[in-house]
Structure formats: structure tokens, C-alpha cells
Design a protein around this ligand. Structure first.
Ligand SMILES: Cc1cc2nc3c(=O)[nH]c(=O)nc-3n(C[C@H](O)[C@H](O)[C@H](O)COP(=O)(O)OP(=O)(O)OC[C@H]3O[C@@H](n4cnc5c(N)ncnc54)[C@H](O)[C@@H]3O)c2cc1C
Length: 385
């Protein structure tokens, strides 16, 4: 039996949310251990691009983790539906902001956060380290970890789960969308002008996010169509993309394609004894309107604030209860918003198409309504009354 080591906070999962929490705890009195089952270099192969809100930028700047040079600003967002009338345009100028949001590659954000974590004096970061078991105790939990055949046992006063999208877990409610997201880079035949496009189609939403000189594409379709799209050569795929998007402009090149199955996964309880859940393992949303990491970032930030306010013991029940209560509105709001948008827009039912068109027109013509939506995308729950 290996010797029992001690830490204050064990964070399982060094993805962007786990790493953000480690950074947010940098001025705390606690020793933090951050573990990830993958080699950290594996994050450089993650194909996702993330749309981050202006609020997310502010939080990351506070942690000196904003990847300035790797971020492409979004100045306007154009929302429309395929085969129906109505469209809405949101413009940064209306909100007095340098940008409505930014697009960053997952790998660039992860690298920036990792660089910050590595120099923290009170944080040990262990990659290629899997969690074998977790034994809860009254005032902590003992984790058995394995790294390259070596076992370590660490006792923590608080265990934070940041492992990303959960698999089968009775504590998680799953609603499958019957959609998959194909993601890739695509080069348009004209400059993107820092405009993001969200186009709703009966197959699912199609998003074009300005990234560097091209677009990061999130092309959502039912699984059988995803199989067919993945099998196409680049030329045929670009034609399919242009057909779904419409004729505003064309595409000249496309990068590697990857796909992700989509479901809404919501953990019923955020806190259990001295364990707490943040980021995608707490809630995994549909990527429409790019809410997932923005929400996970606020989870990490809020958890750090509640722990600071809770006194010496990082696993104090009152601090964890305060965290769960403080996240309720933001989590529910984010899940409800993305879920309703997907369900309302991913069909071709004529009355719904007309209602959607009227809704998009109303958003465009009524600044207060547009404001309501835009502010929640920019600030999350901080914009709720
Ligand atoms: C197609 C697509 C597009 C998206 N677009 C956006 C967007 O535009 N904007 C946005 O905000 N969000 C977006 N998201 C969501 C975003 O990717 C996630 O919300 C975000 O990556 C969650 O970060 P995380 O750290 O919680 O989880 P992850 O990024 O999944 O990281 C989890 C980490 O935990 C590790 N791990 C897992 N299990 C264990 C274990 N047992 N032991 C140790 N380590 C473990 C993993 O190796 C990994 O490194 C998108 C998602 C998809 C699928």
C-alpha cells in the first residue's frame, strides 16, 4: 500500500475548466493537485474552436490567461433560418464593446491556461494519471490514482470533478438531440469581416465563426447525414456546406473534419459530501450559440469565490451549498435557452417556420428584445435582474 499523501483540493480533469479553477485558486492558502488521464500534449490535438463571450474574456484576463493573439473578435452576429423569412443582426457598436465575443482554438486556450498552472507554487499537475477509486470520508476523500503503473493515494479535503462530458451515470439526466456536429475550418471566397453566422436549418443549426483568415464551421445534422457528409471528398463537402448555408458567399478550401454526437446532459446534484462538479461534467449543452465553456468558466470562477468566502476548510458544507445555489439560475438558463432554440428551430413545420420568422423579425426591429438576448450571451447570469 503506497504512503497516504495529503492535499487540500484535488481537481480531476485538467481541461480548460479544471485548469481555470486551479488558476482562480492561486491566491488561496490551499495546496491544489490537478490530475488528467491524458498526456497534457493531447489537448493540442483537440479540434474544437470555442466562441467566448466578452464576459469570458474579462474573467480570463483577470487570471492572466487571455490568449490575446489567438483570439479572433466577433463584431456582428447574423441569425437567420433556411427556407424561411426573418433575420436578426447584433452589432458590438450597440453595446459599446470592442467585440460581442471571440473565437479561440481549444488548443490555444488550453496551452495558455496550462502555462499559467505550471508556474503556480502550490499546485501539482499530474498528467497521464487516471482515477482508480475514490473513497469518501467525513472530512475528505481518499483518491487512488495510477500513473504509468505506479499507484498513488492522496487524501483531499475537497474533490472537484472537471472530467468533461460524463458517460453513463445515474446522476446525470440525458436528452439525446439525434444530431451530430461536424466541425472543420473552411476558407470563404471573401473576407469574413469578423461576422459570425448562425443559420437554422431543419437538420439542425449551422454556425460559421470567424477564426483567423477563415471560418470555424459547426455543421449540425442527423447521424445518417453526418455519416454521408463525413464520407464526401472535400469538393463535395464544400458544395454541401454551401447548399446548407445559402448563396451569400462560397468556400474555396476546407480542413480536417471531426464529429461530436450531441445530447443535453444535466447532473442532478452539483454537490455530494465533499465532492463537487463543474464544467461539462456538470452540464453538457448543445453547441448552438456557444454557451458550454462560457458556462463552465463561470462555474470555476464561482466555486473559487464560494471557497474563499467559506473560511479555512475548502470542503465546508456551507461553501459548497452556496456554490450549488449560486449556479442554479445560470445553469438552468443556459440549458433551457439552448435546448429550446434547438427544438424550436430544427424542423420544417410551416406554422413554426412562420413563428420563427416573426420572432427573428421582432428581435431585429425591437432593440429591447435584441438587447435582452445579446446581454445574456455576453454576460450570462450576471445579466439577469
Ligand atoms: C462541436 C462543439 C463545439 C463547441 N463550441 C463551443 C463554443 O463555441 N463555445 C463554448 O463556450 N463552448 C463550446 N463547446 C463546449 C466546450 O467544448 C466545453 O464546454 C468545454 O470544453 C468543457 O471544458 P471541460 O474542461 O469541462 O471539459 P473537457 O474540455 O472535456 O476537459 C476534460 C478533461 O478531463 C480529463 N479527464 C476525463 N476523465 C478523467 C478522469 N477519470 N481522470 C482524469 N482526467 C480525466 C480529460 O482528459 C480532459 O482533459 C463546444 C462543444 C462541442 C462538442
Amino acid at each position: 500500500m503506497p504512503e497516504l499523501e495529503q492535499t487540500d483540493i484535488l481537481i480531476i480533469g485538467a481541461g480548460p475548466v479544471g485548469a481555470t479553477l486551479a488558476l482562480a485558486l492561486r491566491d488561496s492558502p490551499w495546496r491544489v493537485t490537478l490530475v488528467d488521464k491524458r498526456p497534457l500534449a493531447a489537448q493540442a490535438a483537440d479540434p474544437r474552436a470555442l466562441a467566448l463571450s466578452h464576459g469570458a474574456r474579462q474573467l480570463l484576463e483577470t487570471l492572466d490567461a487571455w490568449p490575446t493573439r489567438a483570439a479572433t473578435p466577433i463584431e456582428t452576429i447574423h441569425v437567420s433560418q433556411k427556407g424561411g423569412f426573418g433575420r436578426t443582426l447584433m452589432d458590438r457598436a450597440e453595446y459599446g464593446l470592442p467585440a460581442l465575443g471571440y473565437v479561440v482554438r481549444y488548443k490555444d486556450l488550453a496551452a495558455r491556461l496550462q502555462a499559467g498552472v505550471e508556474v503556480l507554487p502550490a499546485c501539482e499537475c499530474l498528467d497521464e494519471t487516471g482515477l482508480v477509486s475514490l473513497e469518501p470520508e467525513v472530512d475528505g476523500a481518499v483518491a487512488t490514482l495510477e500513473r504509468q503503473g505506479q499507484t498513488r493515494r492522496i487524501r483531499a479535503r475537497l474533490v472537484v470533478h472537471a472530467e468533461g462530458t460524463p458517460g453513463d451515470d445515474p446522476g446525470v439526466q440525458v436528452d439525446d438531440y439525434g444530431q451530430q456536429a461536424i466541425i472543420c475550418d473552411a476558407i470563404p471566397d471573401q473576407p469574413h469581416g469578423h461576422r459570425a453566422w448562425e443559420r437554422f436549418t431543419p437538420d439542425g443549426p449551422l454556425a460559421l465563426l470567424p477564426l483567423e483568415q477563415g471560418f470555424s464551421v459547426v455543421f449540425t445534422v442527423p447521424p445518417a447525414k453526418a455519416d454521408a457528409l463525413m464520407a464526401l471528398d472535400d469538393g463535395a463537402f464544400l458544395q454541401a456546406l454551401a447548399q446548407q448555408f445559402g448563396s451569400r458567399f462560397g468556400f474555396t478550401a476546407v480542413g480536417r473534419r471531426d464529429r461530436f454526437p450531441l445530447a443535453l446532459r444535466q447532473r442532478r446534484e452539483l454537490v455530494q459530501g465533499r465532492e463537487v462538479w463543474i464544467g461539462n461534467t456538470a452540464q453538457t449543452l448543445h453547441p448552438v450559440s456557444g454557451q458550454g465553456f462560457n458556462l463552465g468558466l463561470r462555474d470555476a470562477w464561482q466555486l473559487a469565490e464560494c471557497l474563499f468566502a467559506g473560511g479555512d476548510d475548502p470542503g465546508a458544507a456551507s461553501a459548497l451549498a452556496a456554490y450549488a445555489a449560486s449556479r442554479r439560475l445560470d445553469r438552468r438558463g443556459g440549458a433551457f435557452f439552448t435546448d429550446q432554440v434547438v427544438r424550436l428551430f430544427s424542423n420544417n413545420v410551416p406554422p413554426l417556420r412562420w413563428a420563427r420568422g416573426l420572432g427573428l423579425l421582432a428581435l431585429d426591429l425591437l432593440p429591447p428584445a435584441r438587447d435582452f438576448v445579446a446581454r445574456r450571451m455576453i454576460w450570462g447570469a450576471r445579466a439577469w435582474p
